[in-house]
Design a protein around this ligand. Structure first.
Ligand code: PHE
Length: 475
């Protein structure tokens, strides 16, 4: 029982690792395109409110659970309730969600690596501009784009999973923390360089207005739910990643300031990503509402026409790959920590087993694009890659939809209800107040967890399963 449990080397190391988990494809790939689809402006404002009113309270709750129980999700719920209590189901759901998300997340990360390769080789610059889009999805079996090339997808998926396994196998301090200390500052510097570059393009002013101006034209009730759903995907909430990372903290750390820091960093990077992408998109007369193809289709077209475009394209896709990697390691760590804590496995064995299982589980996602394999209409499938529910989804879409709209909201709901109603009030209050100057916010936090967060999560879930129906946003 008294086996030494892994710990972060320092509080700063934890913040970098947690920010690494939060900042990922969600910030750089998904946030800009959903902002584009929802017309910018008010959508961004609503997203910010969701982060503060729903995301932040759940993040505090998750780190609180992990730090108090010093255990991975399943064990944490047992420690704080009773063995065999139904709350353990929330922990279980988290472990399953980690497998599901990482299995397709790795495929998208693989696309990003493919584009690093295309930019490095100068391919993006060599093909005629009107054929750059075809590098992603040509809709033509004779000249397949990446999306229609099962083997290429498989190759990058394998490579990305190998990198993820390689880091997680090193352990909390020597794997996760060490790599977060390298990758996160690098990511921030790359982002700044790209931002300076974007600020010099003629489209910068238009982009500023698009993202921060008072636009409401494309806003619908469904947009609000999309912002809400995204706010906890982007903060890595609802599946125990922050419980797991929190479990490697020492008791004395200030919970609230840490959670605020991570949320602010995540939001900052998401907004910076918009201010990197949209100026370039506008400068080259492209559509902000291009959907999931924004980063893999529209942006390369713009880069291909830009002075030193290949350099910027390389830098951008390296950034995207780094961001994905620090998120992927947190997903794998959730699964791995379960086998270490609950089954007593050695880290090496747990990492290889989970890593390979996820690698295999990701194969259908990697192959999803193959027209021949799934007989899907590739153009239509590409357009649905994001949060598009409804008939005709392929494997990849289905997993993303299930994870973001069912599993994470349910997990978030469980975590909020558990901390608000089940955990002893004293432990909760002491945990929140320890060492923080935000102690007076305690009751506000509990109130949000008791009422607002559960209502928000339930609406997202009920909308996803079709019980509540807002007419789909214009499309
Ligand atoms: N937060 C990550 C992103 O924005 C995704 C993620 C979700 C990572 C859940 C871990 C857990 O891309």
């Amino acid at each position: 029982m008294s086996k030494e449990r892994a710990q972060w080397g320092s509080k700063f190391g934890f913040i970098l690792a947690a920010a690494g988990s939060a900042v990922g494809l969600g910030n750089i790939w998904k946030f800009p395109y959903i902002t584009g689809e929802n017309g910018g402006g008010w959508f961004v404002l609503i997203y910010l409110i969701c982060i503060a009113a729903v995301g932040l309270p759940i993040m505090i709750a998750e780190i609180f659970i992990g730090r108090t129980a010093r255990n991975s999700p399943v064990g944490a719920f047992r420690t704080l309730s009773t063995p065999g209590s139904p709350w353990l189901g929330v922990g279980w759901l988290g472990v399953v969600t980690a497998f599901v998300i990482l299995s397709y997340y790795s495929v998208v990360a693989g696309w990003s690596m493919h584009y690093v390769w295309l930019s490095l080789r100068g391919v993006l610059a060599q093909v005629p501009v009107d054929q750059v889009a075809g590098l992603f999805s040509s809709g033509d079996a004779a000249h397949p784009g990446l999306y229609e090339s099962p083997w290429t997808n498989l190759f990058w998926h394998l490579l990305f999973m190998a990198m993820t396994i390689g880091i997680v196998i090193g352990g909390v301090q020597h794997g996760v923390e060490r790599w977060s200390r390298i990758l996160m500052p690098a990511l921030f510097l790359i982002m700044l360089a790209l931002l300076v570059q974007a600020a010099l393009t003629p489209g910068f002013g238009q982009a500023l207005d698009f993202v921060f101006g008072p636009h409401t034209e494309k806003l619908t009730p469904a947009s609000v739910l999309e912002a809400l759903g995204h706010s906890f995907f982007t903060l890595s909430l609802g599946m125990g990643a922050m419980i797991t990372y929190g479990s490697y903290l020492t008791q004395e750390d200030d919970l609230v300031t840490t959670a605020i820091t991570v949320s602010v960093l995540d939001t900052l990077i998401a907004l910076m990503a918009c201010m990197v992408l949209f100026p370039v998109i506008f400068s080259y007369g492209m559509e902000p509402a291009a959907g999931p193809g924004l980063v893999f289709v529209s942006l390369p077209i713009a880069f291909a026409q830009m002075p030193a475009g290949m350099l910027w394209a390389t830098v951008f896709f390296v950034l995207l790959t780094f961001a994905a990697l620090t998120s992927a390691i947190s997903l794998l760590e959730v699964a791995v920590s379960y086998f270490i804590d609950e089954r007593g496995w050695a880290r090496r064995r747990a990492t290889w087993t989970c890593g390979i299982a996820i690698l295999l589980a990701g194969i259908p996602s990697a192959l999803s694009g193959g027209t021949r394999l799934f007989g899907a209409d590739v153009q239509a499938a590409t357009a649905r890659l994001g949060l598009r529910g409804g008939a005709g989804l392929n494997w990849f879409d289905t997993l993303d939809y299930l994870a973001s709209n069912w599993m994470l909201p349910l997990g978030g709901l469980g975590i909020a209800l558990f901390v608000a109603w089940r955990v002893g009030g004293r432990a909760r209050e002491e945990g929140f107040r320890a060492g923080t100057r935000y102690a007076r916010l305690y009751w506000g936090w509990v109130w949000l967890l008791r009422y607002l967060v559960p209502i928000g999560m339930s609406v997202v879930f009920l909308h996803a399963i079709g019980v509540i129906n807002f007419a789909a946003s214009g499309g």
